[in-house]
Every structure is written in structure tokens, then in C-alpha cells.
Write a protein that binds this ligand. Structure first.
Ligand SMILES: C[S@@+](CC[C@H](N)C(=O)[O-])C[C@H]1O[C@@H](n2cnc3c(N)ncnc32)[C@H](O)[C@@H]1O
Length: 759
């Protein structure tokens, strides 16, 4: 994309007054957002707004910086004291976006991620005290051929005072901070109005409960006592491009070593309540399934695998080569997983070339995400489909009786405790097998918490390619060095590991019991919990940032360079029972989807004890390009309760510039498997995600598999650490109010240590 000439001009104007492009870039980006890309406001008076914002940003950072230094010193003393009391407290992760030198802590408090415009609350107070009322500082500035920095600064202070005096009480702190950064020049009321409008918008959007984002970043470590909003200082590992933003102050190193104690295997979970026996198990009505999703969608009926498609599934997903197409999606028509047992059996190809049974007729997907209103802790689930769900209940009432006769699974237990009315009972759909027989095991769904209906989505056991995602693999492209065509039987029994072990250093990642080897697991866990000790890659041109399609491509927040497992595959000579084929054999554990306590929505738990290193499930969804994901997210006008995308960024570091169609993610919003129910837990989650190469050595596409990090008891909730950046509101995978209950929760804002000390 050629550079926007207006951006170039802005850079030039700032360069003329000695401000480098690096400093201008983040601020300009945020101003564009703030002003809704109204360039006139930025260009006016010889880029005064821009210069002003840059200076304000520098000031704010300097203040934060000095406060941070004081805090760190104080905090360190406190940390040292606490470490003795809590010997098992591990590092806390920050975001990679918080890496050393990238941004000052104040930035985390803003609803403009990456901006350096925020003035901390204390500074607002300062401003309130120092600025004279009713100033009109604009005079003289307009005459100046270049931005008058001194005046501009005092002008914005005056503006800040005005705004603070007027509106501050009505707004949350982050918004107050934003207001301070707003230009409030009386000579330019329109700018103020726009800013204020924008503030209002942002205030609203910030109140939305945001869904998850994944581990593309956010894996910095913080010492446990550091509030999650604060930044981590050290640049460690073998980052390839720790490009520092010159405009942003480098933070002092935190003294983390003293508090770094590795967590033990048995972190306390708070899900004891889940040990109760499910109170309701209601069979879904089979008759409703085919209909809601019929139409001219592009997941087509297929009478058998197309040999070409099954060997070269790059070719966009479905058996007849059709991708799951945007155009064919209809709003409001999303099949329900509770339709499961009645699936009439259409088919579409998944990425392993297998054909999944879905529906008789072509599936019509929704145009927009069908997510429900924000989570209030009670009203979990897929509200937007409530209507469908109600219809479902009514119209299928009579079928229910028949179903009850037809299946052994079906039973309804009414809880006295919950005093359920007949209506409520009707709406409690506990599902016998959400996988509709597509997994090796039956996966039930129960709700013992509220009367939320089962979620609506299509269960698919394997990934399916959406429109533009380019997943190009074929047997022909897999050379002998990427497979073990001369093997037979079980590769794990060989005295010399076969070629498929090369990816893991000549040793298989699995034990003969099908568990991940301790060493390998340990490293994967450590990578997640303490990413700064591992390789992180900072893209020259980050596909994620690029997909935001903004005038200025933001700088990469970093991606972990991950360890892959490579499993044997079609072209290998071994059998499907080979010990180096774990993930591809699918789910083998007894799992259950259940309504999790604490407002997290549905969750996944195990019904059997699991050993450490056990494969649980793969994250399955639609394979999308990042751009497609952004498109989906931005087209969604609704307030989404949960979100389900995961970036496949484990190998982005191997490309200088990744093509748009190669930067992929998985979205399980509409199509997914049990993994879409796995809730997040900060730091001490009982599962870790590991990239697994199955079909193709091209790591643009891979499988994301979950393995237990420790022994997990039956009925425990299964969790993984999304690596979420709770302060990033600019990511397609949104943050949410974390209810993980972990004592290392990153979303819990701890009181400032310095404040504690001062008291
Ligand atoms: C992949 S979904 C997990 C399943 C989801 N709970 C559901 O009901 O479908 C991710 C979403 O679950 C919710 N969630 C996951 N972990 C959470 C946590 N620790 N605290 C609060 N909400 C959580 C968030 O809304 C998030 O966007």
C-alpha cells in the first residue's frame, strides 16, 4: 500500500520542527482515531494539534516515567518482603506490548492503545491546580508559522482544565485521562466537540465486556506484585527486532529475580462447586437441526470426498472447493448445537481431507456474529439465538417425548434447590452429545447454574477454511524429509526416531503412553508463563496491524517463536495407531461442557482424572485470514459477550513480510469444537497450547492442541491462559473482565504499592 500522502506531509511538517517520524507515528495514529480520520483537524494551523499531542505525550510519559521509577524502588522493597511470605508466587505476565522501551505505563490506562497521550490522574490534579481559569491561549499560536510548543502546551493544559472542570465527574478515570489529552482550544470548538463525541463513544465501547485475545503478545512477565496495567521492563530472549519507539521512554528494569519462584503443579483452583452432580441433562430436539441452517450456503452437501480436495485442501476448505463464503451467510440463521442428534448429515471437508457430517442441506451462516449481550454473570450464553431457541422449545415439544423413548441418554432432573418452573425446565437444554457423534467420545453439556440455553454453533471436529485463507498443502509438496514413508507400525517403537522427530530435535515429543514428555512440556509451559526468557519475534510489518487497515500500520506487539510438535501423517508409512499421531486421532478423554460459575459463561471440564501432559483437544474453528477476522469483528455491530478467535502466529517470525492470505487465525464463533468453551485462567491454567504440524510443513497453518500442565482431577474445569492483554481494546480478540479466580490474575488491579507504602 503506497504511503498516504497526508501522512507523509504530516511527517514532513513535524520533521521541520525537529520531531522524528518515530515519535509522530503513534501519536498521529491515535489522533486519526480520535478525530475519526478528520485530517483537517490534524492539518489545521500547520499541524498544531499533532505537535500539541506529541508534546503532551512526552510530558505525560516523563511524569509517568519518574513516578514509575519511584514506584519500582518502593515496590521492590515490598516485593522482597512478600516473597518470603509467598514462596510459590510466580512471575506475572505482562504483554509484549509492554516490552521494555516500547511504551510508558500510562499508556495502559488509556482507551487508545499505544497512544502516548494520556496524562495520569495525578497530573490531572496538578493541571487542575495550576491552570488559570478561562484562558485563551490560542492567540499568537495561529500566527506562528511553526507550532509554538510552549504555548501549545499551556494551551492544552488550559483545555484540560476546562474539560476537567466541566465533565470529569461523570466519566471514568480512563476517560478523564482522555479528556486531558483532548485539545480544547476555544478558537476551535469543533475539534473539542468531535473529541468529546469520541470520548463518549469510547467510554461506551469500553464498558463492553470484551472477549479474548491470544498469545501473540502479552507474555511478558511481571513480578507478582505489579499491577497488571504496569509495564515490564526487561528485554530478554532472542528477539529479532526489538525496535524501540524513540518517542517512548525506556523503563527501568524491574528486579524480578528475587520474586521468581516457579509455580508447583497444584495451583489451587476455585471450582470446587463444580464437583456437584449435574442437575439437569436434557436431550436436544433432533428435529430442529437441518432447517435453521438450510439455504444456499457454501458448506455443501457432499456425497464423498473429492480426491483432489482431500489431497490438496489449500483449495479453500470445502469438498467442492467452495470456501465458507461471506456472501452466503444470512443473519439470524445459525444452527444450534443442540440440534445435534438430529443432524441429517450434509458434509464438508475439513483440513485433514476427511469429510464431516453436518447437514442435509447447504448451510447458511450468519452475516454477522451472533453473539449475545454482555455477560452479567447470570445471563450467559447466546442470547441472540434465544428466539430460535424458544421456537425450538415450543415446536419440538411433542418430539421430545419420542426422543425420550429413543435414547438412553435422555433424562431431566429438576433441582428443588433451584425451584425451576416448567418453562425453565423447557429452556434447560442439556445436550447429550454436542459433537453429534463426530468425536470418538460423547461430549455432554449441562447447565446447573442458570437457565441459559445451549449455545448455537456448528460442531466441527476439524478445521474448515473460510473464504480467503490460503492453506495450501498437498501430499506432493511434502518431501521425504518431512515424512517417514519407509516406516511401518508405530514409530515410537523404533530404535532410531524417524524423520518426523526432526522438528523436536530428533526425539519424539510423546511418550509411549501418549503423553507429552516432561522436558518438552516444561518448555512449552515456561514459554507461556515467562515468554521473555524465550524467543519473541517482532514483525517488520505485522500482519495483525496491517489487517486493521488503518492509515498507519502500527508496530508489531511481538509473537512468541513457538516449539512445534510434528506428527506423522498420510504420507508416512506408519499406522494411525502410531504413537506419533496423538492430536490427529482426536479427543479421547471424557469431557463435558458446563455452565461455569462466576459469569464466565460455558466452560469445559474433564469427567475423568487426567495425567500431566495428556492431550485434551484441539482448538478447532474456521481458518480465516487476519483481515477476514477484522472484517468480521468490525462488521459486528452487536455487543459481544464472548469471542472465539485464536491467531496462528507461531511462525510469523520466519517470514520477512507475511502475505495477507497467509496470516491466519481460527475463529470458532460459528464453527468449532469443544475447545471453544475453554475459559481463560491467568498464569496457572491447567492446560497449555502447543502448535502441532500434521498435514503441512508450512507453519502458516497448524493445529493448536491443548495438553494438561499437571494432573487434573475429574470435574475440574479445564483452562488455558489466553495470553490476553486486558488493556488492549484494539485487538480483534478482545479483553474481558477476568473472573479466573487465580491469585495471579492479571486483570485484577492491585492497589499501587507506592500508595500502600505511603499510607
Ligand atoms: C472461547 S470463549 C470461552 C467460552 C465461553 N465462556 C462461552 O460461554 O462460550 C471466550 C470467552 O469466554 C469468556 N471468558 C473466558 N474466560 C473468562 C474468565 N476467566 N473470566 C471471564 N470471562 C471469561 C469471555 O467472554 C471470553 O470472550
Amino acid at each position: 500500500m503506497p504511503p498516504n500522502p497526508r501522512v507523509t506531509k504530516a511527517f514532513r511538517a513535524m520533521k521541520a520542527i525537529g520531531i522524528s517520524e518515530d515519535k509522530v507515528k503513534p501519536v498521529l495514529k491515535n489522533l486519526l482515531k480520535l478525530f475519526d480520520k478528520n485530517w483537517e483537524l490534524i492539518e489545521g494551523e500547520n499541524y498544531r494539534a499533532l505537535a500539541d499531542a506529541i508534546f503532551e505525550s512526552e510530558e505525560a510519559e516523563a511524569i509517568e516515567q519518574s513516578k514509575k521509577i519511584v514506584n519500582n524502588e518502593e515496590g521492590y522493597l515490598e516485593e522482597e518482603a512478600q516473597v518470603n511470605e509467598e514462596p510459590e508466587r510466580p512471575f506475572k505476565r505482562s504483554r509484549l506490548r509492554n516490552r521494555e522501551g516500547e511504551a510508558s505505563p500510562s499508556l495502559n490506562n488509556t482507551s487508545l492503545p499505544g497512544t502516548s497521550l494520556v496524562i495520569p490522574k495525578e497530573e490531572q490534579d496538578e493541571l487542575r491546580e495550576t491552570c488559570p481559569q478561562n484562558q485563551n491561549q490560542s492567540q499568537g499560536i495561529a500566527d506562528s508559522p511553526q507550532p509554538n510548543t510552549g504555548k501549545l502546551r499551556s494551551e492544552s493544559q488550559a483545555a484540560a482544565c476546562q474539560l476537567l472542570g466541566k465533565n470529569k465527574e461523570e466519566l471514568p478515570v480512563s476517560t478523564k485521562s482522555m479528556m486531558v489529552q483532548e485539545r480544547c482550544d476555544p478558537s476551535r470548538p469543533s475539534a473539542v466537540n468531535i473529541s468529546q463525541q469520541k470520548i463518549r463513544l469510547r467510554t461506551e465501547s469500553n464498558s463492553v465486556s470484551h472477549p479474548m485475545r491470544l498469545r501473540d503478545r502479552g507474555k511478558g512477565t511481571l513480578s507478582p506484585q505489579i499491577p497488571s496495567g504496569e509495564k515490564r521492563s526487561s528485554l530478554a530472549g532472542c528477539r529479532k527486532e526489538p525496535k524501540l519507539e524513540p518517542s517512548i521512554a525506556v523503563l527501568p528494569k524491574q528486579k524480578t529475580t528475587t520474586s521468581h519462584v516457579l509455580i508447583k503443579d497444584e495451583p489451587v483452583t476455585y471450582d470446587v462447586s463444580q464437583l456437584e452432580v449435574p442437575i439437569t441433562v436434557i436431550q436436544p430436539d433432533p428435529s430442529s437441526i437441518g432447517e435453521p441452517s438450510s439455504g444456499n450456503g457454501s458448506i455443501r452437501e457432499n456425497n464423498g470426498p473429492d480426491p483432489l480436495a482431500s489431497q490438496s485442501m489449500g483449495e479453500k476448505g470445502t469438498a467442492d472447493g467452495d470456501p465458507i463464503s461471506n456472501e452466503t451467510r444470512n443473519i439470524g440463521e445459525l444452527a444450534r448445537v443442540s440440534d445435534a442428534l438430529g443432524a441429517k448429515g450434509a458434509h464438508f471437508n475439513s483440513l485433514d481431507g476427511s469429510v464431516s457430517s453436518q447437514f442435509d442441506e447447504e448451510v447458511v451462516l450468519p452475516q454477522e456474529p451472533q453473539l449475545p449481550p454482555p455477560c452479567d454473570g447470570v445471563d450467559d450464553g447466546m442470547q441472540l439465538n434465544k428466539k430460535a431457541s424458544e421456537n425450538y422449545c415450543e415446536t419440538n415439544e411433542e418430539n421430545k417425548e419420542n426422543d425420550l423413548e429413543d435414547t438412553n441418554f435422555q433424562h431431566v432432573v429438576v433441582s428443588q434447590e433451584h425451584q425451576l418452573t416448567p418453562e425453565t425446565i423447557r429452556s434447560l437444554h442439556d445436550v447429550v452429545d454436542i459433537a453429534k457423534g463426530q468425536e470418538r467420545v460423547v461430549i455432554t453439556l449441562v447447565n446447573e447454574v442458570n437457565n441459559k440455553s445451549p449455545p448455537s454453533f456448528f460442531y466441527i471436529p476439524k478445521n474448515a477454511v473460510f473464504q480467503n485463507a490460503y492453506v495450501n498443502f498437498s501430499l506432493a509438496r511434502i518431501g521425504d524429509n518431512n515424512c517417514c514413508s519407509t516406516c511401518s507400525g508405530d514409530c515410537l517403537s523404533l530404535s532410531m526416531p524417524c524423520a518426523c522427530s526432526h522438528e523436536t530435535g530428533g526425539e519424539f515429543a510423546y511418550t509411549t503412553d501418549g503423553l507429552i514428555k516432561d522436558e518438552f512440556l516444561k518448555e512449552c509451559i515456561s514459554m507461556n508463563r515467562d515468554p521473555e526468557k524465550h524467543c519473541q519475534y517482532f514483525c517488520k510489518e505485522c500482519p495483525l496491524e496491517r489487517s486493521k487497515n488503518e492509515d498507519i500500520v502500527g508496530s508489531c506487539k511481538g509473537h512468541l517463536v513457538r516449539k512445534f510438535i510434528k506428527e506423522c501423517w498420510w504420507k508416512c508409512g506408519c499406522t494411525i495407531q502410531c504413537g506419533n499421531r496423538v492430536v490427529q486421532r482426536g479427543i479421547s478423554r471424557n469431557l463435558q461442557v458446563f455452565m461455569a460459575p462466576g459469569g464466565k459463561g460455558w466452560g469445559l471440564r474433564t469427567l475423568e482424572d487426567l495425567p500431566k501432559g495428556a492431550f485434551v483437544c484441539e482448538y478447532v474453528g474456521e481458518v480465516l485470514t487476519n483481515a477476514e477476522l477484522y472484517d468480521r469483528v468490525s462488521r459486528s455491530s452487536k455487543r459481544e459477550e464472548h469471542s472465539y478467535p485464536v491467531l496462528l502466529d507461531a511462525d510469523w517470525g520466519s517470514e520477512v513480510v507475511l502475505k495477507d492470505e497467509e496470516a491466519l487465525c481460527l475463529d470458532a464463533t460459528y464453527y468449532g469444537n469443544v475447545a471453544r468453551f475453554i475459559n481463560h485462567r491467568c498464569f496457572d491454567s491447567n492446560m497449555v497450547e502447543i502448535p502441532v504440524e500434521v498435514e503441512t510443513p508450512d507453519h502458516h497453518y497448524y493445529h493448536l492442541a491443548f495438553f494438561t500442565t499437571r494432573k487434573v482431577k475429574a470435574m475440574e474445569e479445564l483452562t488455558w491462559d489466553y495470553g490476553i492483554d486486558f488493556d488492549d481494546h484494539d485487538h480483534p480478540v478482545k479483553a474481558f473482565r477476568c473472573q479466573c479466580g487465580s491469585r495471579f490474575c492479571r486483570s485484577v488491579k492491585r492497589p499501587s504499592r507506592s500508595r500502600t507504602l505511603r499510607r
